[in-house]
Design a protein around this ligand. Structure first.
Ligand code: SF4
Length: 390
């Protein structure tokens, strides 16, 4: 086991052909070099993700006993002072760590001394120039490698099935440990507690190597050299060049230029053809507006446009002064009390306690009908509405 002193993920190195961006560069190899012209903007979600990963790591080290009690306590104190710390942060990291512990215990039943590594650097540069990533938890047992990845996001559900990020982690682990452990299977799991998502994908070691040879290596070389075909799609949302990328713009302009048969009304077939594009077109337009607005704020002028102040909400400069002025004038009916919303109360109480204490008082009505692609994992509206009635 590794010995550990301090946990600070903000110093984690990032490869330009990193595993986390691999879906994008496998789809659009030249995006890697094009993106380098744009500054990476830190997001609050990324910062929170880093914090949650650190908490997961601390808890795993506590379980594994490879850090001294004093170091763990000190670092825990530091993390408790962080703005991202909450009961909910404890709950989601507990869920991930519990899954890891169950997996480790299950493996130990058949393999008493597996190799267990937390935040392990995984090098796959044999297939991807300078390629490496960090596995949240890597376990090597008899003939099997397990890679378990924590995702703190609550927006998009991430599936492990043929997930290139996890497959690159698995590849790095395979390249490192196969010579000593005769690995036959690589098993990869994503634990995404905020969406109740635990997803596992398993692949034979030979098949993983074949994927790396045939799919990854050629595209990684193109990406490294800034060559290959631009290819726009859903993956553009994670590209730093997305605001001004010509290929993306041409893709959407092309989509918008549908060759409609009748001049007056769209047919059902034409609407069905347009639907899959609506969401992507909307995102592209929003990106374009956000970019143009930021440029205008920075001093650029766009012909025919000007910056104005958007809608704003009036607020008190000093609540204490307002209360004093009202009371002095005899206005006492100035307060309202209301219960915290479900999300805020759950956050304050912690998910487990909230479910125990208040679960029976929570009603989740069926949401408004929303049209989504067939592949969306949610139940069809009619089934969800029946469940709700029942
Ligand atoms: S925005 Fe899309 S098409 Fe353009 S470089 Fe990035 S991934 Fe490729």
């Amino acid at each position: 086991m590794q010995s550990v002193t301090d946990i600070h993920h903000d110093s984690r190195a990032h490869a330009s052909l990193g595993a986390s961006s691999s879906h994008r560069w496998l789809m659009c190899p030249p995006s890697v070099r094009l993106s380098e012209h744009f500054e990476e903007r830190p997001s609050v979600y990324a910062e929170e993700g880093t914090f949650l990963h650190e908490l997961c790591e601390l808890k795993l080290h506590r379980y594994l006993g490879d850090m001294t009690r004093e170091v763990i306590d000190r670092q825990y104190e530091e993390h408790r002072d962080n703005d991202f710390y909450s009961d909910e942060a404890e709950t989601v990291t507990d869920e991930y760590v519990n899954f890891c512990i169950e997996t480790i215990e299950a493996i130990r039943l058949s393999c008493p001394d597996p190799l267990i590594m937390v935040e392990h650097r995984l090098d796959y540069s044999e297939y991807v120039p300078d390629g490496f990533g960090t596995g949240d938890l890597v376990i090597v047992a008899d003939g099997v490698i397990e890679v378990i990845d924590f995702k703190g996001g609550r927006g998009v559900r991430v599936d492990a099935d043929h997930n290139s990020q996890l497959m690159l982690y698995g590849l790095g682990a395979l390249l490192e440990f196969d010579p000593l452990y005769d690995i036959r299977t690589v098993r990869m799991t994503i634990v995404q507690p905020r969406l109740g998502n635990t997803s596992t994908f398993e692949i034979a070691a030979d098949a993983l190597i074949e994927w790396a040879e045939k799919e990854v290596r050629p595209k990684a070389l193109l990406a490294y050299e800034g060559k290959g075909e631009f290819c726009a799609g859903e993956h553009c949302q994670f590209c730093n060049a997305k605001y001004t990328c010509r290929a993306r713009s041409e893709y959407f302009m092309q989509l918008a230029k549908q060759d409609f048969k009748e001049p007056n009304l769209l047919t059902d077939e034409e609407i069905a053809d347009l639907l899959p594009m609506a969401d992507s077109l909307n995102k592209w337009v929003q990106d374009l507006l956000a970019y143009a607005t930021q440029q205008a704020v920075d001093g650029k002028s766009w012909p025919g446009y000007k910056l104005v102040a958007g809608r704003s909400v009036r607020r008190y400069t000093s609540e204490a002064e307002v209360i004093r002025a009202c009371e002095k004038a005899g206005f006492t009916d100035i307060y309202k009390t209301s219960l915290l919303g479900v999300g805020d109360l759950e956050k304050r109480m912690g998910r487990k306690k909230f479910a125990e204490l208040l679960g029976k008082y929570i009603l989740k009505p069926t949401g408004a009908p929303t049209l989504v692609p067939e592949s969306d994992p949610r139940k069809a509206y009619a089934d969800a509405a029946t469940d709700f009635k029942n």
